[in-house]
Design a protein around this ligand. Structure first.
Ligand code: NDP
Ligand code: OXD
Length: 317
């Protein structure tokens, strides 16, 4: 009898995940939190923001699969079982993130928000436009998502660089790494893209002291831009508001927030035209593409192969 799956999708609707699991593994028993009728039968947990207690009574659990790429929703759980944790690495998710990042970089680079205002006002107004080759984009977090975004931005002609814990190797993308490399990376960056995971080391990194280190002498001709689709906990929102108000920053695109959904009273909503807000949709987990990859991994695992895309719990990503 194949090991059963426990599904706990937290705030996400369970139905599309159930449909994808039933389509891909009709022979496997599926238990959907909180209806765990046979905990001893559960071999695999598929989870997103699992509620407290999900892992409490699963004596035969073999692996936990995060339904998203980020695992901060899991790794800080008090009762995380001592089994491998696997995260999503999926071309569809990577493609979605790269689309969002490129869209935001181009919105700021090509002044689209300002042209939207001109259009509403019926005002024919041309703005100065630097070449992409004169604009320096810096990607914080050169993992699966950051590398792809940096590579596509480079192909579009931007001067791309990346910053990560260890050196990255992407052709044509300058590499900076570690605490020692951060200031030099920021100093050469006009548009900062953040695709870091949320860990004890990265929490609050997008703050006023960091914004002040970004380039102000570049071809954009205005304050630097920040673009964050990593996690809300990476940013200090009060500092973003202050930096937009005093001109330390020239613009921002934010997909993630300290608290989601973003409070209607948050001053971020009212920072004006140069701030783009999207509701954590940069790279949505799509059950129809993610579930088949997880089920393939389980089949390989049961045939004796190692699991891939394992989370290193000591690093928290
Ligand atoms: P990866 O684990 O592949 O990459 C993480 C990158 O961050 C690596 O390059 C790593 O360095 C770097 N990093 C981690 N800690 C530090 C640190 N202290 N200092 C410098 N660099 C650091 O993750 P992904 O690219 O797959 O995903 C990144 C994040 O994107 C996720 O954790 C998630 O939070 C977010 N995300 C957001 C989505 C959205 O819709 N908004 C959707 C999907 C993901 P190194 O290479 O040296 O290990
Ligand atoms: C993820 C997310 O981490 O959707 O995959 O935020």
């Amino acid at each position: 009898m194949a090991g059963a799956i426990l599904l706990a999708t937290g705030p996400w609707p369970a139905a599309p995940w159930i449909e994808a699991i039933r389509a891909g593994a009709p022979q496997r028993a599926l238990q959907v939190w909180p209806d765990v009728t046979d905990p001893a039968a559960v071999s695999y947990a598929f989870v997103w923001k699992p509620p407290e207690g999900v892992f409490a009574r699963l004596p035969n659990l073999k692996a936990v699969f995060s339904l998203g790429a980020g695992v901060d929703h899991l790794v800080f759980q008090k009762n995380l079982p001592d089994v491998p944790v696997v995260r999503v690495v999926n071309p569809d998710l990577t493609q979605r993130m790269t689309e969002w990042v490129v869209l935001q970089v181009l919105l700021h680079h090509r002044r689209q928000r300002a042209y939207d205002v001109s259009q509403r006002e019926g005002h024919w107004r041309e703005l100065p436009q630097p070449a992409a080759a004169d604009v320096r984009v810096g990607v914080m977090g050169m993992g699966v998502l950051g590398r792809d975004a940096a590579e596509v931005l480079r192909r579009l002609g931007f001067r791309a660089a990346g910053w990560s814990r260890s050196p990255s190797q992407v052709a044509g993308v300058e590499s900076f790494h570690g605490a020692a490399g951060l200031d030099a990376f920021l100093k050469r960056t006009d548009i900062l893209v953040c695709l870091l995971p949320l860990t004890p080391e990265t929490r609050g990194i997008l703050s006023m002291p960091l914004f002040r280190k970004l380039a102000r002498d570049g071809a954009l001709g205005r304050g630097p831009i920040i673009i964050n689709a990593g996690r809300g906990g990476l940013q200090v929102e009060a500092d973003i508001v202050a930096a937009m108000e005093d001109g330390t920053l020239g613009g921002a695109s934010l997909d993630v927030f300290e608290r989601e959904p973003l409070d209607p009273a948050s001053p971020l909503w009212r920072l004006g035209n140069s701030v783009v807000i999207t509701p954590h949709v940069a790279a949505t987990s799509e059950p129809r593409t993610i579930v088949p990859l997880i089920l393939d991994q389980i089949r390989d695992f049961e045939a004796g192969k190692p699991l891939e895309n394992l989370v290193d719990l000591t690093r928290a990503y």
